[in-house]
Design a protein around this ligand. Structure first.
Ligand code: AVI
Length: 321
């Protein structure tokens, strides 16, 4: 028999945060929009499509590492762990992990989308026997969203952060995010984290400028979202998707390039673009193994083990708080 305990708690966020962030970002010298806004329902569906693209090697490679070392990873985590997953996504990996762990004490996904959490809860309760599930709605980068975790009984907490999401944060912010994770763990608790590694720029750029143009649709979806939610009038055909690898910063940068001089209205405010001006929508940082070890140490974690694919294209780390 399969059973699940659950409760959904709402963490409120300012109603007009999206509008404020967009107007603020578009008034910066380098126009930008925070990448968290890429993930409405349509954006999340497009991101799932990206994950299955031939050109986008990240998910495939991470899954390969998981499949190869799952038992080993499970042994490293140990018995009676509560798995905490910030940004739960489609749960495929946590499902396999929960099934290999010795007597896991529960699953605690945190996500901005109540719908994603409902799906996660349904899926995990069907596929993992007798696992208590607590879901938390909110932005996992906000410390208050973690407050309820202290009420959940567990011998050991392990933050599970796959998918190289850490790469979407600038290194300083990535360090602060790791500090936030560490602040919500006790000494000896764990962090299991996936990260994309530095590699040939042609391979990297192809992953973010795919031949099927799904990444372009994913990026431009932010403009449709502004149109529908913030009363905007972007014409997405007047912007081009650009993704390039910045060697010095070791990151893919994604921009939308204005194809002509134009003026766009958002909630009654006019935003001017000159031809060739860009909106910076996303960074995806790539790490060297040594560099990521340092980031973990700076964030308050002691690296314990790491697993990579044969060409060292991607890594999964286990670290202790
Ligand atoms: C979620 N994150 C790890 C993806 C990445 O590779 O940086 C987001 C993405 N953006 C475009 N393609 C994928």
């Amino acid at each position: 028999m399969k059973a699940a305990l659950s409760s959904i708690r709402e963490s409120s966020s300012p109603e007009n945060e999206f509008l404020n962030d967009v107007l603020q970002g578009l008034s910066d010298r380098q126009k930008n929009i925070p990448c968290k806004y890429l993930y409405d329902e349509q954006g999340s569906q497009l991101f799932e499509k990206i994950c299955n693209l031939e050109d986008y090697y990240l998910m495939r490679t991470e899954t390969e590492i998981f499949n190869t070392y799952l038992v080993d990873i499970g042994r490293e985590i140990g018995a009676e762990a509560l798995l905490v997953e910030p940004g739960a996504g489609n749960c495929e990996k946590v499902e396999a992990l929960l099934n290999v762990l010795e007597k896991p004490s529960g699953y605690y996904p945190i996500d901005i989308s109540p719908e994603i959490l409902r799906q996660a809860e349904k899926r995990i309760s069907q596929s993992v026997s007798n696992i208590p599930i607590w879901t938390e709605v909110g932005d996992f980068t906000q410390s208050k969203v973690w407050d309820n975790l202290t009420q959940i009984p567990s011998k050991k907490r392990v933050v599970f952060f796959p998918g190289s999401t850490i790469g979407n944060f600038e290194p300083k912010k990535a360090g602060q995010l790791l500090e936030l994770f560490a602040a919500n763990l006790n000494e000896g608790d764990g962090l299991l984290i996936g990260v994309d590694l530095v590699k040939d720029s042609v391979v990297l750029e192809r992953a973010y400028h795919d031949s099927e143009h799904i990444t372009e649709r994913f990026t431009k979806n932010i403009l449709s979202r502004i149109n529908s939610e913030l009363d905007g009038d972007f014409d997405s055909s007047l912007f081009a998707h650009r993704a390039f690898y910045h060697q010095l910063r070791q990151r893919i940068e994604i921009h939308l390039v204005s194809l002509k001089e134009q003026s766009v209205s958002i909630s009654g405010r006019q935003i001017e673009f000159f031809e060739g001006e860009t909106i910076h929508t996303e960074n995806s940082h790539k790490y060297e193994l040594r560099g990521f070890n340092s980031l973990l140490l700076d964030g308050g974690f002691k690296p314990v083990r790491q697993w990579t694919d044969s060409s060292e294209s991607y890594a999964i780390y286990y670290a202790q708080a």
